[in-house]
Each structure stands twice: as C-alpha cells, then as structure tokens.
Design a protein around this ligand. Structure first.
Ligand code: ZN
Length: 226
C-alpha cells in the first residue's frame, strides 16, 4: 500500500525546528503536537523545545498542564517557580499538583521541601514520601530529574530553600550518625570530583533513616553548586 505521508522520515533537526515553532506559539499547541505521534512526543520533550515554550501566567499554566495531561511539564514549571522565579506559593501549589498526579520527582522535591521546613506534621508526611521513594530505589532518578531542570539556569539564578545551619531531621539523641551527614556529603562530593570510588554510594550504609534524609537534603540544596 502506498504510504500517505513521508513526514516521519524528516530529519531530526527539521522536527526540532517545527516543535520549537509550535512551542513558541503556545503550550497548549505544544501539548497537542506531542500527542500526534511518537516522533512528535519525543521531539516535544526535548529540553531545547521546552525552554522555548510560551509561558502563560502561572495559574493558567497549572491548569493547562494537568488539564492536558502533562504532569511532568507541571513538575518542571513548579521547580522553576520555586527556585528560579521564586514565586513560592504558586510553585508549591504546582508541585503538590504534580506529585498527586504521580510524578515521582515531584514527590521527591515535595518531601525535601517538607523536611527542610521542620514543621512536625509536615515532617511526618515528608518522611513517608521519602521512605516510599527509597524503597522503590527511585531517589537517584528523582535527584537527576531535579538536577536536569535546575542546571539549565546559571547557578546564581537558582535559590534553593535555606536550611538552618545546625538543623537535622534526625532528632534521636542516641543516634551515632546524627549531625554528621553534612561532613559525609562534603567528603563524598570531593571524592566524586577526584573520580574516586569513595564518592559512590551516598548514605546507603547509614542505618538511621532520618540521617539518610539529612544526607539527601544536603545533596538537594547543593544542586546549584554541583
Ligand atoms: Zn540519625
């Protein structure tokens, strides 16, 4: 049978140009474009394209992303609102929305936010989220997703949530590792920079889950400097 179209055979860079054109028009157009076929879906997810998206006012964005079924995009916007544009209330709402739509990286960022804020009831929810992600071995992938979103900007433009100097999620007085996670993180980081095997493994061997959280918080707030 004769094929109706040879559009799929277009070179990648041509698809990219088309996608960018669509993205600069509106985010709704980009979402429709993505849903056309697997080629447009892949090209529509390229960072080069996403960076060009015409951004509507945040609340409209929040609505659009969930309405059109793209919680992943909502997650990226949430991080940008929180840490780059510093519209905290809006970013927070978007992040919760993306997390409840099942985006693991959003759950991760949400747990980090909750745990840094040191509110007792929120601490509990943050710890629960962390536990689930850790059990599913999802922490490394979630960290990488956050990293990928934030690293596009210059480090000076990214403002992570401030963590109290002496603050630790671990409050168990008898815990042997409590308060040492900052040092461990610095050590791992320097080892990684040297390409040493001592940089591998993070805090996996630490028995206290609250201390493992403290380690992850150190990594998270350090993203702009990595
Ligand atoms: Zn501990």
């Amino acid at each position: 049978m004769e094929r109706l179209s040879t559009a799929f055979e277009l070179p990648c860079d041509v698809w990219l140009v088309i996608a960018i054109k669509v993205a600069t028009n509106s985010i709704a157009d980009l979402c429709r474009f993505r849903m056309t076929c697997c080629v447009t879906r892949d090209v529509g997810d390229e960072d080069t394209v996403l960076r060009m998206v015409a951004i509507p006012p945040p609340h409209e964005m929040n609505w659009l992303c969930t309405e059109i079924g793209h919680p992943e995009l909502l997650f990226r916007e949430a991080l940008r609102e929180l840490y780059i544009r510093r519209n905290h209330a809006i970013g927070w709402e978007m992040l919760q929305n993306a997390a409840s739509n099942g985006v693991d990286a959003a759950k991760y960022a949400l747990s980090m936010e909750l745990l840094i804020r040191m509110d007792d009831s929120e601490d509990k929810k943050g710890l629960e989220l962390f536990r689930t992600l850790e059990a599913g071995d999802l922490l490394p992938a979630c960290y990488s997703s956050c990293f990928a979103v934030l690293i596009i900007s210059w480090p000076d433009e990214v403002h992570m949530l401030k963590k109290g100097e002496e603050h630790t999620v671990c409050d168990l007085t008898r815990c042997m590792t409590r308060g040492h996670m900052g040092l461990l993180y610095d050590y791992r980081r320097r080892a990684t920079e040297r390409g040493s095997v001592h940089g591998v493994g993070g805090a996996d061997h630490i028995r206290c889950i609250r201390c493992r959280v403290d380690y992850e918080v150190e990594r998270y707030v350090d993203i702009p400097r990595v």
